[in-house]
Design a protein around this ligand. Structure first.
Ligand code: XIL
Length: 298
């Protein structure tokens, strides 16, 4: 949800403070929001959010530095040379990471670079710079904050053997081989009660990530309810999907965190009717919530 919504809702803040130990800004750190025009920086909301989280002892995941979406128009539609886009990309990474150095210690450096077929996703960076933009982004990020944990975050990774999963693992193995500073892979885990991964599938993919010498995190989980049944059955279906993923994370020593993409159904990016989160629109815990907590604590 937008920072403004959160900052004006005392009950929601309380729910967050009592139940979560980490926060990911949903949009505030994306390039379109921090530099809408070249050289015009708008960090007000991100600053407030970071101060709030820090004051309450919550860790922050920096999301996200280089992504083909939610770019300002001047970046997306600019007439770039390779060198000039690299320069602006470097400046963008450097500005954000330096500003929050010591307060944001983990970043999604590159988001969704791999398409569903396992090849590179089309975007301005690929078009102008080529696939090497990913490597540059990680090198710039490491230079900006050598202590930060650097993640590659994707939506397609998860299903073992799927071209998207294989594409991500291939790209990341290649980065590791070249000595590029990368520390982990984020599995977004946007799912539904009809289409979801089982515990063993998530465990399998996580093991492959760990075998590359990387950490892994569940970064944006939600479970849209789209299966038939009574209300209680549907909530139970949802609870089980969350349970499988949370258990897989708990069982994998290199799984560092588990994040849902929002707190309450009221503010989900999928709309209220998708009811994808673990707290309902009235901020009551749904069956998924105690299951997630138990699975992560066991
Ligand atoms: C979404 C936000 O939740 C929305 O508010 C916004 O309009 C679009 O982006 N993968 C990601 C997230 O990495 O940044 C996306 O967040 C959801 C999909």
């Amino acid at each position: 949800m937008p920072w403004r919504t959160f900052s004006e809702d005392a009950r929601l803040q309380r729910l967050f403070r009592d139940n979560f130990d980490q926060l990911t800004p949903e949009n505030e750190l994306k390039w379109a929001n921090t530099e809408p025009l070249p050289g015009v920086f708008t960090f007000d909301e991100a600053d407030q959010l970071v101060s709030y989280a820090t004051a309450h002892g919550k860790r922050i995941r920096g999301h996200t530095l280089v992504w083909g979406n939610q770019l300002p128009k001047w970046v997306r539609d600019g007439h770039w040379s390779r060198d000039s886009l690299l320069l602006f990309m470097r400046e963008h990474i450097d500005r954000e990471m330096s500003r929050y150095r010591g307060r944001i210690n983990e970043w999604d450096v590159v988001n969704e670079a791999i398409a569903g077929n396992g090849g590179y996703e089309q975007n301005v960076f690929l078009r102008v710079i080529g696939p090497k933009y990913v490597e540059y982004a990680f090198r710039y990020a490491h230079a900006a904050d050598p202590d930060a944990k650097l993640y590659y975050n994707d939506m397609g990774i998860g299903l073992p053997g799927h071209p998207a999963t294989l594409g991500v693992l291939r790209m990341v193995a290649d980065l590791k081989r070249k000595g590029v500073p990368i520390h982990g892979i984020g599995i977004q885990a946007h799912m539904s009660t009809r289409y979801h991964l089982s515990q063993s599938q998530v465990a399998d993919t996580m093991r492959r990530v760990a075998e590359l010498g990387l950490d892994v995190a569940i970064t944006e989980m939600d479970v849209r309810i789209n299966s038939p049944g009574t209300p209680a059955q549907r909530l139970e279906d949802q609870r089980r999907v969350y349970e499988g993923v949370a258990r897989a994370c708990r069982a994998q020593p290199r799984c560092t965190s588990f994040t849902t993409w929002g707190i309450s159904d009221k503010h989900s990016w999928l709309g209220q009717s998708a009811v994808p989160l673990a707290f309902d629109s009235a901020y009551r815990a749904k069956p998924a919530w105690p299951t997630i907590v138990r699975a992560l604590r066991e």
